[in-house]
Structures are given as C-alpha cells and as structure tokens.
Design a protein around this ligand. Structure first.
Ligand SMILES: Cc1cc2nc3c(=O)[nH]c(=O)nc-3n(C[C@H](O)[C@H](O)[C@H](O)COP(=O)(O)OP(=O)(O)OC[C@H]3O[C@@H](n4cnc5c(N)ncnc54)[C@H](O)[C@@H]3O)c2cc1C
Length: 417
C-alpha cells in the first residue's frame, strides 16, 4: 500500500512539527506556506519552553485589561475599535476567567507539558538540532508584593500538578543573576523548562523534516480545501490549481479562521500581537545574562541567546495585522531596565512583532474540523505554541494516520459546538 498523502497548510512551528511527525510515521507530506517558513509568530518568539502553566484566562484578567484599555504601555492592551468579532471573543474569554476553568485546564496542560518537554529533549538529540537549547529552567522575577503573591499562587498550582517550582528571595536572585539590580524582591524558579533560539529551532526542524522526505513549498498559499462526498480530496492553491491529497492539516495560526469558515466552522480565535527587541550583549548593550527570566509585572521575557538578549512580550488585541507600535516596543526595554540597570541604550539589532493564535478558553484547538472527513486543525496555542509544538505534532500524526490519540479529546474544536 502506498503512503497516505497529507497536506499541511502553514509553515510555522506547529505546521512544521506536524509535518515532521507525520513523515516520521510514514506519510508522504507536503507543506504549503504562503510566505516563508517562520514568517508568522514562530521565529521571533521569546524562545522559552515553559510546560505546565495555566491559561491566560485567570479571574480578574479582563476587568484589569479594560481598566487600562487606553494605556498603550499596559502589558495586555485592547486597541479601542469597533470589531464585533473581538468583543464577542473577549466576552467568551471573560466567561472562562474562573478558578474552576484554570483547574480543568491544568488537568489537561500539566501532563501535556511533561510529554512535550520529553519530546523536545528527544527531538533536539535525535535530529542534532543546534539551536542553543538549554534545559535549565527560567525565573519568574517580581518587583512588587502583589506580583510576588500572584507568582506564588501560580507556583502552587504547578506544584499541585506535579511540577517542582522553587521560591527564591531577592538576594538569592541577585546571587544567581548578578546583572539584577535592587528592584526584584523575589520570584520563582521553574526548573522543568528550557530556552532556545526559536528561529534556529524552526529552520533546523524544517531541515530535519525535509531529510525525512517532507516537501516544504514556500510562497505557496492555500485558498481553500476541496471537499468531495464529505471528504477532503485536495487543497486549492492561491496561484491556481489543486494539490490532491488524502488528508489536510490546517496549521495557519491566527489565519486559520477564514479557511475553517469555508467548511462552516467558526473558530473562536483572535490574534494576540507580541513584540521583541534584540539587544547585542556588550558595552552600552545588554548585560551577559546567566539566566532566562520573565518580569512578572510587565510580562517581559528576557532570554539570553548567545550574542544577544531577546526582550519579548506584551499582548495586544488590534486585529490581524503586523503594524508595530513604537511605544509598545520601547516598553520592553524600559521594563527590563528596571530589573537590569546595566542595560544600555544601544540600538536593537532586531525589532519584530508576531501574532499569537489566542483561543477563547486558553487551550489549543487540535482535532477534526467540522464534519469533513480527513480535515484536521492545529491552532490556538496562544503563548505556548513553541512549547506545545512537538506534542501537537505527535498527536496530529497519530490522529491523522489512524492510530488515534486520547489526548486530542479535550482539545478538539468540537468543544465549541
Ligand atoms: C512576542 C511573542 C513571544 C512568544 N514567546 C513564546 C515562548 O516563549 N514560548 C512559547 O511556547 N510560545 C511563545 N509565543 C507563542 C508562539 O510563538 C505561537 O504560539 C506560535 O508561533 C504559533 O505557531 P503557529 O505555527 O500556530 O502559527 P504561525 O507561526 O503564525 O504560523 C502560521 C503560518 O501559516 C502561514 N499561512 C497563513 N495562511 C496561509 C495560507 N492560506 N496558506 C499557506 N500558509 C498560510 C503563515 O504565513 C504562517 O507562516 C510567543 C509569541 C509572541 C508573539
């Protein structure tokens, strides 16, 4: 019997991971990417593999964001505009901001996090992916008592779900990271976490996928899926023509909505824009950080990556666009300077923004799409797309190739119908 042919639409970290695991399990795989591999959110993210964390939907989140709605320096910013889809999504998001929801998500995310962390180790080792992978954890660093209390609560949740976060006081933080100034009063060390260069990781994962026979086509946008007799038979290309196949995986991040809508499914996903600024390590630049950390109050990640430090974060709801707002970029380094007073004013070597696919309930959306046979979706990974990429690829491969994966049950888009 010949291998089934699968088309994966989208060349971000989710699409390439799906393609890799599908090919590893024996499928013939074509990836269609509208721009180039990594052109979405996947190459410029903060580079932290942070398993087991609760979703963004926490009690009080939306109320706090609405209070600071007109403040463009707020970490969570909603651009004031008339966008009924966004407001509908925000209302749905708010409905999921309960402690019960956090607990039920943790029952799913905690084991998924352990699985993905193990897969990262295996993937990097087996495929010799050189991407500055360091599995030595990261720190959540707090400058206020409120921030510290929230971080402690989050650490408690992770502890109850089998992780081993460690509470650290301000002096101990400064001993472990001498570049820190007097600001931080304490924090949490998450040992079960890793950092890597996400751009390098993705290019090398794509290379590993190609070695396994995956045909990755760039500047090859997909227009829609072709359905005959209730089953997918191909993908219609933006350039014209159809790529025939036995099954399709939609992994187009925040762009998945329009293709899903064409098969009659409305996915509750919004684009959550985030930014990065890379500053070279050196005089008047970034201090040579020993550890990766997230600054709790501003939600800015500071990830040391060989010759530079990446400052990344902020969550902006302003639609599907890549317009960069300078105050939000500046905010990244302004916040970091309060923790690292040695951070100079050197120009950034890279400034970037990307769109996270944010699901309404904070869980990824992975599984069969609508009632079309052979059509599967993998999106909605929000702030954890890099972290969950290997486990998503593994689940998709098992589901699409027929052996099945029970983990998909709770993540299926059917939960919204
Ligand atoms: C500032 C920032 C920091 C982050 N930090 C982290 C982190 O530290 N750890 C973590 O786990 N996650 C992090 N994330 C989240 C993570 O980057 C995303 O969840 C992840 O990249 C989503 O991957 P994706 O493949 O679903 O989407 P994308 O990377 O957006 O890829 C989708 C691809 O589909 C393509 N496409 C769209 N439409 C079509 C079409 N019709 N035909 C063909 N191709 C199409 C696009 O061009 C794009 O390349 C961060 C995100 C941001 C913005």
């Amino acid at each position: 019997m010949s291998a089934p042919k699968i088309v994966v639409v989208g060349g971000g970290v989710i699409g390439i991971s799906c393609a890799y695991y599908l090919a590893k399990d024996g499928a013939e795989v074509v990836v269609l990417e509208r721009e180039r591999v990594g052109a979405g959110a996947s190459e410029g993210n903060a580079g932290t593999v942070s398993p087991g964390h609760p979703p963004l939907n926490k009690p009080g989140r939306v109320a706090a964001a609405l209070r600071r709605m007109l403040d463009p320096t707020s970490p969570l910013y909603i651009h004031p505009s008339w966008n009924p889809g966004l407001w509908r999504w925000l209302m749905g998001f708010a409905r999921h901001c309960t402690l019960e929801h956090v607990e039920s998500c943790m029952r799913i995310m905690a084991p998924l996090g352990k699985d993905t962390f193990a897969l990262f180790d295996e993937l990097v080792r087996e495929e010799r992916i050189e991407c500055e992978y360091r599995a030595d954890g990261y720190y959540d660093v707090c400058a206020t008592t409120t921030g510290l209390e929230e971080s402690r609560q989050e650490a408690d949740i992770l502890t109850r779900h089998g992780y081993s976060p460690e509470l650290v006081d301000g002096d101990e933080l400064r001993r472990r990271e001498p570049a820190m100034g007097p600001g931080p009063i304490g924090g949490v060390y998450y040992p079960e976490a890793a950092t890597l260069d996400p751009g390098l990781f993705l290019t090398r994962l794509a290379r590993a996928a190609r070695r396994r026979g995956v045909d990755i086509r760039e500047r090859a946008g997909a227009r829609s899926v072709v359905v005959q007799g209730g089953r997918v038979t191909g993908v219609r290309l933006e350039a014209g023509g159809v790529e025939g196949c036995d099954a399709v995986v939609l992994a187009t991040g925040p762009y998945s909505l329009s293709m899903a809508r064409r098969v009659g499914v409305r996915l509750p996903v919004q684009a959550g824009k985030g930014y990065h600024r890379d500053i070279a390590i050196g005089p008047n630049g970034a201090p040579p950080l020993r550890i990766a950390c997230v600054l709790s109050e501003s939600a800015v990640f500071c990830t040391p990556l060989y010759t530079f430090v990446r400052f990344a974060g902020t969550m902006e709801f302003s639609g599907v666009n890549r317009v960069m707002r300078p105050p939000r970029l500046r905010q990244l380094t302004q916040a970091a300077r309060q923790t690292f007073p040695g951070l100079g004013s050197a120009r950034a070597s890279s400034e970037w923004c990307g769109l996270r696919p944010m699901s309404v309930d904070g869980l990824p959306i992975v599984g069969p799409l609508g009632d079309v046979g052979g059509l599967t979706v993998a999106t909605g990974h929000g702030m954890l797309g890099l972290t969950l990429a290997p486990v998503t690829g593994e689940m998709i491969a098992r589901h699409v190739l027929g052996s099945g994966d029970p983990r998909i049950g709770a993540l299926s888009p059917a939960r919204f119908t």
